[in-house]
Design a protein around this ligand. Sequence first.
Ligand SMILES: C[S@@+](CC[C@H](N)C(=O)[O-])C[C@H]1O[C@@H](n2cnc3c(N)ncnc32)[C@H](O)[C@@H]1O
Length: 261
Amino acid sequence: MNRLEFDDQVVRQLDEVYRKRDMRRRRRLVHDALAPASGERILDVGCGPGFYVAELLGRVGPQGSVVGVDGSAASLAVAARRCEGRANVEFHEADATSLPLGDAEFDAALSVQVLEYVPDVPAALREVHRVLRPGGRVVVWDVDWATVSMRTEDEARMQRALAAWDSHLTHVSLPRTLAGQLREAGFEDVRMEGHAFATNELSSETYGGFLIGFIEPFVVSQALLDAEDAKAWADEQRALGRRGDFYFACIQFCFAAVKPR
Ligand SMILES: C[S@@+](CC[C@H](N)C(=O)[O-])C[C@H]1O[C@@H](n2cnc3c(N)ncnc32)[C@H](O)[C@@H]1O
């Protein structure tokens, strides 16, 4: 399987797109679901470039603390820079399935668009459960990539492009089974909300807009689609965008659950 490497170049791109409108909206939805409170200790599993960690530091205040864990050194370097000068933050390079953290240390945990990349999701959920205190909250966010819908005059080419993109994911439709997997890991009060990310705007401010510019070079560099096919696919989307006819929709899912007291 071709995997997306969270190396310097990809992290630079994420650092850029995570500032944009749809990603700011996504962070607001995650913060609402997590409801962080002053003084809490919060864990971000797969913290990436550290946007949530930096924002959560503001929410938990000087009496609280935030820990970011990620498997990518490149992500952690950017996250650490983002939180420079803050005392109540730590970062650890580790796999989501083996957290270098003690039992029952945290009031709440989040993991946003990470578990779809993790082969052993039950192990990652068990680890989150272990490090939460009884009554602790978790929020998990992932995309069901099978819900992606785009306008095209060449459905076969669209299917080739989306299949090439999907092949980098470990779990293309993780949200379909996440509620059950959270209960299996020992969580209760599992709730799911779906959020549509839909747009007619091909711009880097929108999730669909920036994906076009991300997917084309990625599928070519990984030899998942030939360059001509990928360019023709992206050119069609850019032409639709210029006419105001771009259409992209997908559903992203926010799960919230609690560790029993
Ligand atoms: C799409 S980014 C999301 C970053 C962050 N959660 C956010 O939404 O801003 C996915 C992150 O998950 C991390 N990741 C993927 N698999 C992981 C694993 N098995 N253990 C730890 N981190 C992992 C990647 O290194 C990357 O930083």
